[in-house]
Each structure stands twice: as C-alpha cells, then as structure tokens.
Design a protein around this ligand. Sequence first.
Ligand code: CO
Length: 297
Amino acid sequence: MSIRPVQSHTKATPTMEGAGVHLHRAFGFGKTADFDPFLLFDDFRGDSPELYTAGFPWHPHRGIETITYVLAGTVEHGDSMGNRGEITAGDVQWMTAGRGIVHQEMPRGDAAGRMHGFQLWANLPSSEKMTAPRYQEILAGQIPVVTDDDGTQVRVVCGSFWGQTGPVDGIAANPTYLDVYVPPGTRKSLPIDTRLHAFAYVFDGSGTFGAASEPRPVPTEDAYGRTMAEVDNRSLVLFSSGDEVTVETRDEGVRFLLVSGKPLQEPVAWHGPIVMNTREEIETALRDLREGTFLDG
Ligand code: CO
C-alpha cells in the first residue's frame, strides 16, 4: 500500500452566491485539472438565517451534476420538470443537469436557526453533457453506515467502501462520496482507487493527513514536510497519487468528506452554472436561454 501524500492544503474562503448566501468556497472557478472531474465545492453552513435565507432563486444548469448534502436545516427545491421537495438533515440530492434544467434551492434553518449543507459540482464527460436531466433523492436512512472496531464511522453516499455500496448510481465520473468520522487518538488508513483524484474537506474536529508517522524507506522530495497537513474546520486537502489516505487524530476526533473520482481530462468551457467543453457550446447554451429553447430536448 502506498500512502497518498498531500499535494495541497488550503482553507475554504468566504464568498457570496445566489441572491446573497454567505458561504465558504473550498475550490471552484479556477484551475480545473487538479480536482477533475470535480469543479466546485461550497460549504454553506450558517448559524443564523440572514446568512442563507436569500437562497439560490431560479437559475439554469447544463453539462454538470450538482450534489447537495444537508447536515442541518432544510433545502427546499423546485425545478422546471415540476419537481418540488425538500432535502433535510442527512439527506443527499444528486442532480444530473445534463442538457438543461432550471431550478431553485432555498435553504431554511432548523429550530435553532442553523443551516448546514454542502454542494459539490461534478463535471459530465462530453458524451453525457446533453443527456436527459435526472434526480436521485437519497434519504438519510438509505445511506449505509459502516463502523470499524476503532469507532471510525463512514457514511457511504456514493461508490463502494468497506463492502458497502452507496445508493447513488449511474454516475459518469464513477465518484466515491464518503462522510467519515475518525475518533480521537486514532491513526486510520482509508483505501482509494489509485486511478482516482481525491480530496478531503474537514468540517469538524482536527487531525493530520498524510504520511504522518511512517518514515519512508527511501526519502523522496515530498517526504520533507510536504506530505502532511494539519487540518481543522474548513480545511481542504488535495491528495496526490497512491492507494490509501491516512489520517491521525489526537485529543479530538475529525469529521470530513472524502471524495474521489475519475479524471475526465477534457477541455472545460465554464460560464457560471453552465460547464461545457467549448466556447461555442457555451454560446449555444446562452442563446438557448435567450430564445427560450434551453429546456427543449
Ligand atoms: Co443550482
């Protein structure tokens, strides 16, 4: 087994989206190669309603998938196909925009006024960018939870892990989406297919990712302090290649999303919520929006 060294370690930065939702963006609207097939990751946790109730009113998507995971509060959604519903604590909505969808997403707080949620954008390969739109709604109870002897707990939203397979299927980039809790005083290795790009986003507790206490037989360039990352709330860690990720905790546990997917290695033309391969395809999408033909299939 080879431990994936930490390639980069950053913190999500505050930004504003939608009609005025205060959120933290871990990555997005920048270099796309490192995180390919993923495009963007937003953390929209807020402890008071004025931070999030403006929401994300009607807007289009084409060429991507959006994955919304709610930990507290509710996201009410509606779309151009006539779907209406809400995603509540522990639920996941996996939306394949394909050739086009127009929807709105409106966060609502829980009884304590809190809204905690995440949204990940996954790119679609060129062959599936104009596919029919599709939703997968996954209720908290449908997500398998695996607990290891040391108390490590993994919720498997998508992909397979420790013998469990998550409920989301048929996703082009073959992603794995895990919600992982590692208890205090634990050193844990988590396998990830070596062909996949992988990142972790920490949202509670603290720990160290990388080859923390395992001396390498042959020192490599990044064995000198560049393989590890001390992480806490809102840390984003991008891993380089290997077939497992290690995390070590001390006085407190750590909770993070561990996401991996197969790089598409295709050109990216990006215009807001529309992500295609070429500039011409973006122009076509914008013309479709102007002329009211965006949803025609
Ligand atoms: Co949206």
